[in-house]
Design a protein around this ligand. Structure first.
Ligand code: CP3
Length: 344
């Protein structure tokens, strides 16, 4: 079997150069993606295995990244739990069920992933055949807390008032919801691993809205249950939380292989907090890609230099690539990592 440098770096094994991939590497900044989107809406792309596979492959062919990430969305298993899902051009995701009381939580399912989201597993199987010997495939899920935030808020939120009201005023209802989501995420990720995902990333996009003590009480125990519940068979687990700097002392206690960090904390400082027993992933500011290529080169050099403090480093942005990004600048970033990231 080919030893991919991305998987080796996840396991903190020596590599010839720092591997690189980009969060949201498939998506609207790519003209080839926009072209497909003219013909199909977003959920159709997610739910049609051949189309999801095609979109997953697009950035691999254009950017020469060291890993592919399945094209899908963290809200796909939420819909399978029984929450109607729509994507709105301007407003983003809209979830059509109010979760306020115990009955609302009781009405949600813990879905069988092969039955309710077979298209995800089929896309993974197609991609493994297409990528064999070229790049490893990353599967993913939202973390329970982030999924709960979308379910309770009904979409993206600014202050998360509904979610926090539920947490503080009806903690049993909140914990019952988190329990159901956690069981859903465990079987969803295990199904992806069984279908062939070679690494999995857990996205906790909204963890950073919590104080450290609330994070430890309301979010971390459920992520810990997810990680403990995975039948990993050597599949590395990556944890990403946005706005994670203040939470790193808690996040580092998770038994994951890689901690992905956003751009707000310098990577060498993150490495000092996380310690030597985990790899780090990240963390260039996505807006740095609005600079001209010469300056991007310097930004890459800085992140790589700081990443030397980590026991192992996988280069990435600190959050998803932004839709107005010039694809040529993304190419310039990957090329910079490929030339500057060589190990002696
Ligand atoms: O990284 C990849 O290339 C894989 C694909 C992927 C998407 N969403 C595609 C997508 C992944 C890993 C996600 C995860 C996701 N989805 C997260 C966690 C990661 C993060 O960015 O913090 C979150 C919070 C979501 C929920 C979501 N999906 C939102 C808030 C939105 C609307 C805002 C936006 O960026 O458009 C989406 C839609 C979405 N997910 C698109 C894509 C390519 C755009 C859909 C379109 O074509 O219109």
């Amino acid at each position: 079997m080919t030893e991919y440098r991305f998987l080796k770096a996840c396991r903190r094994e020596p590599v010839d150069r720092t591997p690189v991939w980009i969060m949201r590497q498939a998506g609207r900044y790519l003209p080839e993606y926009r072209k497909l989107r003219e013909a199909h809406d977003f959920l159709t792309l997610c739910k049609t295995p051949d189309l999801a596979a095609e979109v997953t492959i697009q950035p691999v062919e254009r950017l020469f990244v060291d890993a592919a990430i399945l094209f899908s969305d963290i809200l796909i298993p939420v819909e399978a739990m029984g929450v109607p899902l729509e994507f709105h051009e301007q407003k983003g995701p809209l979830l059509g069920k109010q979760i306020r009381g115990r009955q609302d939580v009781d009405s949600l399912k813990v879905p069988d992933p092969e039955e309710s989201t077979p298209f995800v597993m089929e896309a993974i199987r197609i991609l493994r055949r297409a990528f064999e010997g070229k790049v490893p495939l990353i599967g993913f899920s939202g973390a329970p807390f982030t999924l709960a935030s979308y379910i309770v808020e009904g979409g993206t939120s600014k202050n998360f008032i509904q979610l926090k009201t539920l947490m503080y005023k009806a903690p049993q209802v909140f914990h019952a919801l988190m329990d159901k989501i956690t069981r859903t995420v465990i079987s969803y990720l295990n199904a992806q691993i069984a279908a062939g995902a070679q690494a999995v990333q857990i996205f906790d996009t909204w963890a950073g809205i919590l104080t450290r003590s609330d994070y430890e009480e309301y979010a971390l125990p459920y992520t810990r249950r997810v990680v403990a519940g995975l039948t990993r068979q050597g599949v590395p687990v990556i944890h990403f939380a946005n706005n994670c700097a203040t939470l790193l002392p808690s996040i580092r206690t998770l038994p994951v292989d890689v901690i992905a960090v956003d751009w707000r904390i310098p990577l060498d400082e993150a490495a000092t907090i996380v310690g030597p027993d985990k790899a780090l992933q990240g963390n260039m500011d996505p807006t740095m890609l609005f600079h001209p290529p010469e300056k991007i080169f310097e930004c890459v050099r800085d992140v790589l230099h700081r990443g030397e403090k980590a026991s192992s480093h996988i280069f990435n942005l600190g959050h998803g690539i932004l839709p107005p990004t010039d694809p040529e600048n993304a190419v310039a970033m990957v090329e910079a990592v490929r030339s500057l990231g060589r190990k002696p």
